[in-house]
Design a protein around this ligand. Sequence first.
Ligand code: PEP
Ligand code: MN
Length: 693
Amino acid sequence: MAPEGTDNNSKPDEALKSAREDIDRIDREFVKLLAERMDVVRRVGSAKREDPEAPLRDLERERHIFEFWARQAEDQGISGYFAGRVLREILNYSRRHQERLLDTDVPANNEVRTVRVGYQGIEGAYSDLAISKLFSTRSCATLDRCGFRSFTDAVDALQSGEIEYALLPIENTVAGSINEVYKLLAEREILVVDEEVWAVEHCLVGLPGATADRIRVVRSHPVALQQCERFLDGLVGTKSESWFDTAAAARSVAEATDDTLAAICSEEAAENHGLVVLRRGIADQADNMTRFVLVGLESEPVDERIPGKTSLIFTVAHRRGALASCLQAFASQDVNLSKLESRPLPHAPWEYLFYVDIDGWITEERVVTALDEIRSHTNHLKVLGSYPRRIDVGEEAVPGTSSLDPAPMAAMPPASIPPPVENLKLSGLRESSERTVVRVGRIELGGDGFVLLAGPCAVENRSQIMDAAAMVKKHGASILRGGAFKPRSSPYSFQGLGFDGLDLLAEAGAAYEMPIVTEVLRAEDVDRVAMKADMLQVGARNMQNFELLKKLGTVNRPILLKRGMSATIDELLLAAEYIMAGGNRRVVLCERGIRTFETSTRNTLDVSAVPVLRSRTHLPVIVDPSHAAGRRDLVIPLSLAAVAAGAAGVIVEAHPRPEEALCDKEQALHLEDLEALHSGIRSILAAQGREMS
Ligand code: PEP
Ligand code: MN
């Protein structure tokens, strides 16, 4: 008779075995279905290739797919969020496949050729892994990879024709820019033709049988050692040794017989050398990403439907404002900067070289215009390359997958809304229905998070604005408001402290780490106010002050444009158009109540303006319930209505001692009101799948 334990153990063993067999069977089906789906994706790609007018992405369609997945997942009892994450990966891969099909150099007959790609390091190095990732969708070619000892060796091989491309790491989220690579790009006749990102997961690896507590020597590339400093400090009695590459360090461990040796490298490099992972994810910082550039000798044909990116380096003329003029040139052409970094220029003390990445192809008119303008402010400018943008920066997120468009908004029938007025060339909704995210300091309006802007009507004195900043910060505000110049109906009312008030507001913003917004009344004050304020407000009484609007079109600051109390929605949009036509595209619209026959409230909040505006413009829309209501007790319910209607934020007036307020005391919230407002907003946001910024 078998010992008792055997029988008992064999049951769970069998159950586990059979469950695992089921999982393997399902996974086989899964992968088969994925391959089948990719076949169809290729058919879609070919159709787009035949029709140059077809957009690469159809955000509406993507939104439906996401909704479909989420519904199906939830019907099956699994999380819609989880299904959405899986789908996002599938769609990213599909999109890159389609982009490849649009590359005009793909041979129609899919004939396979060999491409030689160089990198620094040996097999299994992070660069080598990134090559596999990039070429999995980039071309139909088979790969021949060659590892080189240094970046310079790889570039020499490229220039001598030994290899066709080199993949070089250019920046890391922890270690910053890799200057040696920038130097090569600056000095050699080579061009960036593509990019790739690799999420680095450093592992401690050793020989089979090794254990982390017995390791005495850890080998790796110096950057990897530095990125795992805290972990290494915890391995008492070990010493670190620098190797030229993480995978080479792994190879050296594999070649030794000493199991007190370990390396830090990728899991793939460990596998390549028969090593085992002793610890995973040992970097001090969790998000460790490296961006690589693929360099070649010639630029490659592109399809402008694929989002592009252009990298530049330049040095500016030695005069005040030269760099600001360059940046303004990008801003006025609506060219987004995704990177700006400066480095000292060797042999020229106190002169700087700027590394800049912009969104857009070098052939796009707005990019050409911006670069023409920039040339007059720079001593030296070199375009390092224009290539497909592979990094999703979030602004392009599919509506509906983030909270960019609260779910209830999707259900609104757009057909019932009258068509927009003409002339909204810049503020009108784009075909792609992409929405603009306006950054105020580090806060994003119109992005994923809902923004609470709060503060007193007017800045009255230091202690008042400091106390106000503290109270609004405590209850969820991320932008501080406060009037320094007050447009009062009566000439005898308090008119604001002017620039002194602005200084106090800036001090409070800095103390509580909140960007500040304040109203500017006159065109001639704009530049000076823009020096201190993070966002400039146009008040309701000034919405059609066209000279002011034109001036605001020239500053590099976001604008909060309030709806005039007798203005139609079309007039509000045309006012925004004035600012945008001047070159400033960072406009946030604010519904603040309009004049009606109703006298119970100071104005009548036009809640419908929120969805109507969202159906006509890509600009963020916020609501000011304080000036709409003029009564403290209505501010919370109106704020909640604004959230429900899909506003990107609300701006409310709050005062540490409302009874003493010099301006608009009846509508100023107390500390407790702010608390209730904050919690009310959060509950509506939760229902919409949104969060506070
Ligand atoms: C304000 O926000 O301080 C203000 C004066 O508002 P409005 O221009 O909307 O009246
Ligand atoms: Mn006010």
